[in-house]
Ligand binder design. Structure first.
Ligand SMILES: Cc1cc2nc3c(=O)[nH]c(=O)nc-3n(C[C@H](O)[C@H](O)[C@H](O)COP(=O)(O)O)c2cc1C
Length: 370
């Protein structure tokens, strides 16, 4: 593709723009401030083992400063969608090693997103003997995809007992330990988009009357415990967390004390020593916007790395970094059909639109054939 002289000039200017400057994330130096956002692509086996094709997909995107992998299950009960990868057995760890080695060979940095799907699960997608668990026995609204039965109503989950809450916390820890053994540079805890950890944060899905529900401190408790336990196991500088206040994915609804709850959550998370907050604003995807005042308060309050995501283009990313509202910017959909997004943005090369019909289908189509 030919680049006009003005585009060349723009490229030179961008080389010094904030997005293209290096950044220290904990003890890791990132070559730029572009993060590939976590995106489920459902290319693992039916037994939740990463496929070799995933090494090709991620290594093609190694020019990002940081790749955050697709949501990855910490246990069978936490893996409620078809063909998403897991991190609870040796076979999965060995398969992930191929992915992380391919990314590292190209100079990339990769964290895994640990995602327990909680009530957003269906037994038709899960290994025999699995159970659908959540903070409370409240079913998600609408339907969920299964490979075997097509779209089906979301099932009623079983409320976790106190002993089981501790067990699921331990599963997050062992997934994080496995992640490091598999060669990941760190882990991101998925406490956004209506999955298990956010199901604890939000009163629409958490109606518990014990120490994990009822007050905002109690609803925050589980997320803080999981973050603390994972930080203790692998080191806080290798841990981040994704949060989506005001998000409406998977039946989450904003509630009156939401701003105060998230600011308290950040204060407690800072005490655990974890490195980053990854804030989601899905207003570009039809969710209510996260109020600017809350975003600014969260970013100001957080002592370490703050990642902003949702609907960014090059200009907005540079503006946000220059204004000090974030340290890193995550791009999701732009990475899907543009493995060379980092170069395309720098050189002003037009972006290819992704094809939603290939987002979650098995095989190379729309995945590695781009
Ligand atoms: C196909 C697809 C899969 C996604 N899977 C995940 C996921 O596994 N975990 C997650 O936290 N967010 C997931 N997201 C949300 C993205 O990380 C991101 O927040 C969203 O696309 C908005 O950013 P964008 O406007 O740059 O695309 C997914 C988005 C898409 C399009």
């Amino acid at each position: 593709m030919s680049i006009s002289p003005s585009a060349e000039k723009k490229t030179a200017a961008l080389a010094t723009a904030p997005l293209y400057s290096p950044y220290r994330l904990g003890s890791i130096i990132l070559k730029n401030r572009i993060v590939m956002a976590p995106m489920t692509r459902s290319r693992a086996t039916a037994e939740q083992v990463p496929m070799p094709i995933m090494a090709e997909y991620y290594s093609k995107r190694a020019s990002a400063g940081l790749i955050i992998s697709e949501g990855t299950g910490p246990s069978q009960d936490g893996t409620g969608y078809p063909r998403i990868p897991g991190l609870w057995n040796d076979e999965q760890v060995e398969a992930w090693k191929t992915v992380t080695a391919a990314v590292h060979a190209k100079g990339g940095v990769i964290f895994v997103q640990i995602m327990h799907t909680g009530r957003e699960s269906h037994l038709a997608n899960m290994a025999p003997g699995s159970e659908i668990v959540a903070p409370s026995a409240i079913a998600g609204e609408g339907q969920i995809h299964t490979d075997r039965l097509g779209m089906v109503p979301k099932p009623m989950p079983r409320a976790l007992s106190l002993e089981e809450i501790a067990k699921v916390r331990a599963e997050h820890v062992s997934a994080a330990v496995n992640a490091i053994a598999a060669g990941f540079d760190g882990v991101e805890l998925h406490a956004a988009n209506g999955y298990l950890l956010e199901q604890f944060l939000n009163p629409a899905s958490n109606q518990r009357t014990d120490a994990y529900g009822g007050t905002l401190e109690n609803r925050n408790r589980y997320v803080i415990e999981v973050a603390d336990a994972v930080a203790k196991a692998i080191g806080g500088d290798r841990v981040g967390i994704r949060l989506s206040p005001y998000g409406t994915n998977n039946g989450m609804t904003p509630f009156p004390e939401i701003d105060g709850q998230y600011l308290k959550l950040l204060a407690r998370l800072a005490e655990t020593g974890i490195e980053y907050i990854h804030l989601v604003d899905h207003s570009a995807m039809g969710a209510p916007p996260v109020p600017t005042a809350l975003k600014e308060a969260m970013s100001k309050q957080w002592p370490h790395t703050f990642i902003a995501s949702g609907g960014f283009d090059l200009e907005q990313a540079n503006e946000t970094l220059a204004a000090g509202r974030a340290d890193l910017i995550a791009f999701g959909r732009p990475f899907l059909a543009n493995p060379d997004l980092v170069e395309r943005l720098a050189r002003g090369i037009p972006l290819t639109a992704p094809d939603p019909s290939t987002f979650f289908t098995p095989g190379p189509n729309g995945y590695t054939d781009l």
